[in-house]
Design a protein around this ligand. Structure first.
Ligand SMILES: NC(=O)c1ccc[n+]([C@@H]2O[C@H](COP(=O)([O-])OP(=O)(O)OC[C@H]3O[C@@H](n4cnc5c(N)ncnc54)[C@H](O)[C@@H]3O)[C@@H](O)[C@H]2O)c1
Length: 380
């Protein structure tokens, strides 16, 4: 089992094509690096991951007799997606004389992945990079699709590029050390794929989710985990290949996210509410809006809510923070450029597994959904 490569997913984007390997080891990475003649490797990671997993990665790379491996370790957390860290790391890489045969390995969660991809895309106008994700969220979402970013003072992910990696390796054994809250956080995106694209996958998740959010159930043989990661990557890959630069279809990946962003805005993108936790409430709110617009039955809303609660998501916003400025919350929907003149755009379900981009939603409908949701929990 040790050497087993569980699955390989191709992302077909002409000269930017690459594959995602899902395995319980680093073998696919060794093979890739062995086949390419890289002179210098820059590993970007954060200190949490460096403490637990860096030694093993270095050992594996040393076996390949590479002359030069440079480690760059940042602080864990969103604050590392900054101009300052981008500048410091870029200067450090330049001081090590990179050339076109240099490689960046993004070794971490979405923070490290977004930052490293952005650095690789701008370094010497673009050097190769590999995604080696260590969180569930990064494996199923941020490593796939080529969006890179750092944050501006004014908003998240406002400075970035579309830049595809040369390979992605989801080494599932990393997830054993990921805290449960982070596993659940990543699960929100897994569930999203089922809801937008695949009814059977949603049914499967209802029966098998504990194998994904409970790392005590992880083992070399957790086929459910590898199935869920591979299914998620396949769905994302299909959508990205159809619309690499988000002209249109790729927007469906934002299901639940418009609501999530306004909640995150109100909690200051802090640890009070992680992104996936906000997406879970966002999914519940989007379904209520779809119900109000007569797109889905109330049973669908209830069934998805039931699953979110089973998994361990907190749907009651007052358990996240005791007071909410509801007016502010509603108005921040206009921070999204799609939404102007009281007419809003949302990604909504027509059924489980089928999604639609709905334009010209009245602010009134959106507003009622938010009011009813918050009132429902106040009375509890
Ligand atoms: N590019 C995209 O398409 C895309 C998509 C979704 C999210 N994102 C971005 O991803 C970021 C969030 O990513 P994330 O949720 O992975 O957060 P993260 O990178 O901050 O990682 C979460 C925490 O887990 C720790 N950690 C990581 N791997 C670990 C492991 N194996 N064992 C123990 N601890 C570990 C990290 O040090 C960190 O403290 C956000 O900045 C978001 O904007 C990007």
């Amino acid at each position: 089992v040790i050497n087993q490569n569980l699955s390989k997913i191709s992302i077909d984007l002409a000269s930017r094509s690459y594959s995602i390997d899902i395995a319980y080891n680093l073998k696919p990475l060794d093979v890739f690096i062995g086949n390419n003649n890289y002179k210098k490797i820059f590993i970007i990671t954060d200190s949490n991951i460096a403490n637990i997993h860096l030694e093993e990665l270095l050992q594996s790379l040393h076996l390949l007799n590479l002359s030069s491996i440079i480690k760059l370790v940042v602080e864990p957390g969103e604050t590392s997606k900054s101009f300052k860290v981008f500048q410091d790391l870029s200067e450090e890489i330049i001081a090590n004389q990179p050339d076109r045969k240099s490689l960046v390995i993004a070794f971490g969660g979405g923070v490290v992945g977004d930052l490293s991809g952005f650095i690789a895309s701008t370094m010497l106008r673009g050097i190769d990079f590999i995604q080696l994700p260590t969180t569930l969220l990064a494996m199923v979402d941020s490593s796939v699709g080529g969006k890179t970013a750092i944050n501006s003072k004014i908003g998240k992910n406002l400075i970035g590029t579309f830049y595809q990696p040369k390979m992605v390796l989801c080494n599932l054994s990393y997830l054993k050390t990921l805290p449960k809250r982070q596993l659940i956080n990543g699960y929100a995106e897994v569930l999203k794929y089922g809801l937008i694209e695949d009814l059977d996958f949603f049914y499967w998740l209802e029966n098998n989710y504990t194998n994904i959010v409970e790392s005590s159930k992880y083992s070399q043989a957790n086929e459910n985990l590898s199935f869920a990661v591979s299914k998620s990557c396949k769905i994302k890959a299909k959508i990205v290949v159809a619309d690499e630069k988000e002209q249109n279809l790729r927007a469906v990946l934002n299901f639940g996210h418009s609501f999530a962003h306004i909640l995150e805005q109100e909690t200051g993108y802090s640890n009070l509410l992680l992104h996936g936790e906000a997406v879970a409430i966002g999914i519940s709110l989007a379904n209520r809006l779809a119900y109000r617009l007569k797109m889905i039955e109330s049973e669908v809303v209830a069934r998805v809510d039931r699953h979110l609660i089973d998994v361990g998501f907190v749907l009651n916003p007052y358990k996240i923070k005791p007071e909410w400025d509801i007016e502010n919350l509603k108005n921040s929907i206009f921070l999204d450029k799609k939404n102007e003149n009281q007419k809003l755009t949302f990604i909504l379900l027509e059924n489980i597994g089928k999604v639609k981009i709905v334009k010209n939603v009245n602010f009134e409908d959106f507003s009622c959904v938010i009011d009813d949701y918050f009132k429902g929990f106040l009375n509890n």
